[in-house]
Design a protein around this ligand. Structure first.
Ligand code: MG
Ligand code: ZN
Length: 231
């Protein structure tokens, strides 16, 4: 059982937790919205999130609170129409369906762009975890239906590890696919990590073995080796 190799345990079920922004989609959609609509002060908030002076929940909530609901149509239209899906996503979902691998989207993104983007794909609504939005006030209010449980103190907003803990390691082989700092805590408790971009560096610093990918075809190739044809 050498490190870095999939350990095939047929008694366990495979479950995938896949990030949305920068993983399923090519770009980070929150950043794209902020760049497009330029609410005053958004870039300083991003810096504070990255330097951990602000939690992700505080930072994302504050950034959206800078956007007036009067621009709702523009914001929704822009965010949905500027999304590019990473190659191979549909094929990965087909494979998961064939092999009865549970597939969950665990996203720190917001419902108004996450749900419409995933609409063409066969993913049940209860398999998509993301933040929600409230347009009833003057500015956009992000609501947080999936907060951190008692084991997480990162104030994630949408807490990926809280979702993962519902799938105990004794029963599931837990696979995380991600791209950035918002996936690090999930990567720490996963059995297998697929990483691109900043997440590769974070995994290296923390000594977490990861499989690097650029498209979902890379992910699929690795998964096929071990799930479809276990040695
Ligand atoms: Mg991401
Ligand atoms: Zn958390």
């Amino acid at each position: 059982m050498s490190e870095g190799k999939f350990v095939v345990d047929k008694k366990k079920k495979y479950v995938i937790f896949c990030d949305f922004d920068g993983t399923i989609t090519v770009n980070d959609n929150i950043i794209a919205i902020m760049k497009q609509f330029q609410p005053t002060g958004w870039d300083g908030i991003v810096e504070r999130i990255l330097s951990k002076q602000m939690t992700i929940r505080e930072g994302v909530g504050t950034m959206f609170s800078l956007l007036p609901v009067s621009r709702r149509d523009e914001i929704e239209h822009y965010s949905i129409h500027n999304i590019t899906i990473r190659d191979g996503f549909g094929d990965l979902l087909d494979f998961c369906a064939q092999q009865t691998v549970d597939f969950y989207v665990t996203s720190g993104g917001i419902d108004f762009f996450v749900y419409p983007t995933l609409e063409p794909y066969p993913i049940a609504r209860d398999h998509i975890f993301c933040n929600h939005s409230d347009f009833s006030g003057e500015t956009i209010r992000v609501t947080w239906p999936h907060p951190c449980d008692e084991h997480c103190h990162n104030d994630c907003g949408m807490c990926k590890t809280t979702v993962m803990r519902r799938f105990p390691a004794e029963e599931y082989t837990r696979i995380v696919i991600g791209d950035s700092i918002t996936d690090v805590e999930a990567a720490k408790i996963a059995d297998h990590v697929f990483a691109r971009s900043h997440l590769i560096e974070s995994c290296k610093q923390l000594g977490i073995t990861c499989h690097e990918y650029e498209t979902f075809y890379d992910v699929l190739a690795k998964l096929k080796e071990v799930i479809a044809c276990p040695s």
